[in-house]
Design a protein around this ligand. Structure first.
Ligand SMILES: C[S@@+](CC[C@H](N)C(=O)[O-])C[C@H]1O[C@@H](n2cnc3c(N)ncnc32)[C@H](O)[C@@H]1O
Length: 238
């Protein structure tokens, strides 16, 4: 997807990017590729692929969810900033917190946000299991995650951070429906309920995606998240 098509596809969805926003995506691409030579950020480096598989893909939740009504987002395991940095470019009012366990990626994000002139962004080097026990527990309007873990595991990393009445939005691939089936038990224990699971195909390459919207209905029991590594080793499965 070249830049023109990126703009065109977004326009079809009702988003018209300003010159400033277009420039921010261009700088994002250049900075990502430059830093990727020194530290491992992404396997996808061709410009057209980055615009489709990272930038456009990260923005897809906004086709179903109104981020104008959201103040704060926590992006768990955002790596090189996906999906929250493209969402921040689209919605500059958002306060973004990224938690990632790899410090090299946090260094990249600090550099990137200065290059993009982003404000109200916080980059935290931590495990979600630890961060979810601290002062920011149950404090975010929305928690997002893409390509971090299966839903049964991911829910334990993300739902404790969502405030009651807020949403956990998971960006999932072709296995999205199966993961929901498998994750229902964990979601329910952790205080969530699935509101919608929107299927979509990415333009051009037509691969399947699911945008899963989980609402936080009840407080998460204090024992979750369990200690680092346990959600992955012993997922909450029925
Ligand atoms: C495959 S990358 C995906 C990055 C990005 N979300 C994307 O879609 O391109 C997974 C990221 O999650 C981070 N991660 C994995 N487990 C984590 C945990 N328990 N707490 C915080 N970050 C975690 C890793 O350091 C890595 O940067």
């Amino acid at each position: 997807m070249n830049e023109m098509k990126f703009l065109q596809h977004l326009k079809e969805k009702g988003f018209e990017l300003t010159d400033e926003q277009q420039k921010q995506f261009a700088i994002y691409y250049e900075t990502l590729v430059e830093w990727n030579e020194k530290i491992n950020l992404t396997a996808v480096t061709e410009k057209e692929e980055v615009y489709l598989k990272h930038f456009f893909d990260s923005i897809t939740p906004s086709f179903y969810f109104d981020f104008n009504k959201v103040k704060s987002i926590c992006d768990v395991g955002a790596g090189a900033g996906f999906p929250s940095i493209p969402l921040k470019i689209l919605y500059p009012h958002l306060e973004i917190t990224i938690v990632d366990s790899l410090n090299k990626r946090i260094n990249f994000l600090n550099h990137l946000s200065a290059e993009l002139n982003l404000t109200n962004c916080h980059f935290v080097h931590d495990r979600a299991e630890t961060f979810g026990k601290g002062e920011y527990r149950e404090s975010f309007d929305v928690v997002t995650a893409r390509a971090v873990a299966r839903l049964s595991v991911l829910s334990e990393l993300c739902l404790p951070l969502v405030k009651k009445g807020g949403h956990f939005i998971a960006l999932k691939g072709a296995q999205g429906e199966i993961e929901v089936e498998e994750g229902l038990f964990a979601i329910s224990i952790l205080g969530g309920a699935v509101v919608e699971n929107h299927p979509l195909t990415l333009p051009e390459e037509e691969s399947m995606r699911y945008i899963l919207d989980i609402e936080k209905k009840r407080q998460t029991p204090k024992k979750y998240p369990r200690k680092p590594g346990t959600p992955n080793k012993e997922p909450l499965l029925k």
